[in-house]
Design a protein around this ligand. Structure first.
Ligand code: ATR
Length: 263
C-alpha cells in the first residue's frame, strides 16, 4: 500500500486526509493518506523516506512551503517562480516539488464563473499563500494587483519576486474590483480585520482564502455592504485535485458530496 502525507505545524486542522482518502476509496486505489506534525529538524528524515519510496507523495502546508525547497532535486516552473511548494513526488528517482495552490485559485475562480479578466485586485496579507495567488492572477490577466501587509517588508519581498505590484500602507484602501483576504485573520470566529470598508461602494467581490469558518467577519462585512462573496473552499479542493492527479493520474470530480465533506 502506498503512503501519502500532509506535513505542517500545526496540522490537526488539516482536511486534506479526509478529501484524499475519500477519492482514494472512490477510485479503488491501494493507498492511504495521513497527516503528520513536523518540526523543521525532522525534514531531512522525511526526504530520505521519499527517496527510498516508503512515502510516495507529500503535501506541504504552513510553515514549510519554502523550507522544503533545499531538500528537493527539482522544482516545477510554478514552484520556482513562487518559491512555494505544496506537492512533492518522486519521478525517475528525483524528488520534485510542485505548487498546485496556483491551480487551486485559478480553477476555483473559473468554477464560479467570476469574470476576473482586466479586474483590479487588492490583496490583504503577504504570507505563504500569496505568491501562488499573484501567479494565478497574472495568468488570468487581471489589470493590476495592489497588496497591503501589516509588515510592509514582506509585501516588498513579494514585489522583488513579481515586479508589477503596487504596495499601499496597512489601513489604506485603494480602488478595486476584487479584494482577497489572505491574512490569517478570520481563522478564529471573532477575528476582525481593522480596516474600514464603508466607503468602497457596492458590487465588488470579496474573496477569503479561509473556508473554515465558512463566513468570516470579512465576508460578512462584504455581504452586508452589498458585495458578492466567496470563501476558499474551492481553492482548497482544486489544489487537492491537482495533487491527486500528479500522484494517481486521475482528476476527481467536484460534486456536492465532496463539497459537503469539508463542512
Ligand atoms: P506566514 O506569515 O508565516 O507565511 P501566514 O499564515 O501565511 O503566515 O500569513 C499570515 C498573514 O496574516 C501575514 O500577512 C500576517 O501579517 P504580518 O506579515 O504582518 O505578520 C497577517 N496577519 C496575521 N495577523 C494579523 C493581524 N492581527 N493584523 C494584520 N495582519 C495580520
Amino acid at each position: 500500500m502506498k503512503k501519502y502525507l500532509v506535513i505542517g505545524n500545526p496540522i490537526e486542522h488539516s482536511m486534506s486526509p479526509k478529501l484524499h482518502n475519500y477519492w482514494i476509496k472512490n477510485h479503488n486505489i491501494d493507498a492511504i493518506y495521513e497527516k503528520e506534525k513536523f518540526n523543521e529538524d525532522e525534514l531531512e528524515k522525511l526526504f530520505l523516506n521519499i527517496k527510498n519510496k516508503k512515502i510516495s507523495g507529500v503535501n506541504v502546508t504552513v510553515p514549510f512551503k519554502k523550507a522544503v525547497i533545499p531538500f528537493l532535486d527539482k522544482l516545477s516552473a510554478e514552484a520556482e517562480s513562487t518559491q512555494s511548494v505544496n506537492t512533492i513526488y518522486l519521478e525517475n528517482d528525483k524528488i520534485i516539488g510542485h505548487n498546485t495552490d496556483i491551480d487551486g485559485f485559478e480553477l476555483g475562480i473559473k468554477k464560479i464563473n467570476y469574470d476576473i479578466f482586466n479586474k483590479k485586485i487588492f490583496i490583504l496579507g503577504a504570507g505563504g499563500v500569496v505568491p501562488s495567488i499573484i501567479y494565478a492572477l497574472n495568468k488570468l490577466k487581471v489589470s493590476e494587483i495592489t497588496i497591503t501587509n501589516r509588515t510592509k517588508e514582506k509585501a516588498e519581498n513579494l514585489k522583488n519576486l513579481f515586479g508589477e505590484l503596487k504596495i499601499v500602507e496597512w489601513g489604506e484602501i485603494p480602488d478595486f474590483d476584487m479584494i482577497i483576504n489572505a491574512t490569517s485573520i478570520g481563522l478564529k470566529k471573532d477575528d476582525k480585520i481593522d480596516l474600514n470598508f464603508s466607503s468602497i461602494g457596492k458590487n465588488k467581490f470579496f474573496y477569503d482564502v479561509i473556508y473554515n469558518p465558512k463566513e468570516t467577519n470579512f465576508l460578512k462585512t462584504g455581504r452586508r455592504l452589498g458585495n458578492n462573496t466567496e470563501n476558499g473552499k474551492l481553492m482548497f479542493i482544486y489544489q487537492a485535485i491537482s495533487a491527486f492527479n500528479i500522484w494517481h493520474g486521475v482528476r476527481p470530480m467536484v460534486n456536492d458530496e465532496v463539497i459537503k465533506l469539508l463542512d
